[in-house]
Design a protein around this ligand. Structure first.
Ligand code: BTX
Length: 238
């Protein structure tokens, strides 16, 4: 409870043994953190499913900061920094835009959504972290749970650290956005990699060289430097 109180504006805490999706619920409440032991319909991006067995951490923050919708990608990056810092002892790294990996396997996913108008949206920040949950068979080679590297890991510890990091970052947003981006770069595995990005029906191939102030990834392609705001990122070897 103490950790949650530090998050600016946060007033309510909803705790579910089971819910369909904490993001779905969070859209209906304001200034709240929504926590579930398990989700029956956990959501990823673009209609994908987030596996949410018991033992994982599933939380959504409904934050009454109203920002223009085009700033939402920045908050996804900010949430990635909060998760990567929380899991820094496990050498977690961010993969642009919204995955956190350990040993190249996904340990966490972030789903930022909004409610409201184009110019003043309320933000829903959904975070899933595989802590002690079982990874279903079909995801074994691309997903990892913290218990595989640390048998004594505790959901409560991870949750408290996540809230502390998130509150610290939210207090610095937007005034210290540049330094938050600096931390993103330090904790990211994407800059300097050869990537293929699928975005808006296009494929960009090249070297990820930087992240700009809007949170767009800059990729040096054969057409020059191109900026991509969101998409699907794959690492390639050339
Ligand atoms: P994403 O669309 O980037 O990733 C979804 C993909 O990740 C799936 O298609 C699958 O391949 C893989 N995947 C599914 N479940 C897991 C898992 N548990 N661990 C690792 N990989 C997995 C990422 O979407 C955003 C996920 C946000 C989840 C949180 S949980 C709390 C909140 N409530 C809610 O419904 N969603 C968010």
């Amino acid at each position: 409870a103490l950790a949650l109180k530090k998050i600016p504006g946060l007033q309510n805490f909803y705790y579910f043994r089971e819910v369909d999706s904490t993001n779905r619920f969070a859209k209906e409440v304001e200034n709240s953190a929504v926590f579930a032991e398990t989700q029956s319909a956990g959501r990823g991006r673009i209609g994908r499913k987030w596996e949410s067995q018991r033992g994982g951490l599933y939380v959504s923050f409904s934050l009454n900061i109203s920002i223009p919708v085009n700033e939402i990608p920045k908050l996804t990056l900010l949430a990635g920094v909060a998760v990567a810092k929380t899991l820094e002892d496990y050498e977690a790294r961010i993969k642009w835009p919204n995955d956190v990996l350990i040993n190249d396997k996904k340990v966490s996913g972030i789903l930022s959504e909004f409610v409201g108008e184009e110019l003043s949206a309320r933000v829903i920040m959904g975070i899933g972290i595989n802590v002690k949950n079982k990874i279903p068979g079909h995801l074994r080679d691309k997903a990892i749970s913290l218990k595989e590297i640390d048998e004594s890991v505790s959901i409560t510890d991870i949750f408290v650290r996540l809230c502390t990091n998130l509150s610290e970052l939210m207090k610095r947003y937007p005034s210290e956005w540049k330094s938050i981006l600096g931390e993103w770069k330090r904790l990211s595995s994407t800059i300097g990699k050869h990537v293929v990005i699928e975005a808006g029906g296009r494929k960009y191939r090249g070297m990820a060289i930087d992240i700009d102030l809007d949170g767009g990834l800059i990729v040096r392609t054969e057409h020059g430097n191109e900026k991509i705001i969101s998409g699907e990122c794959f690492y390639t070897s050339y």
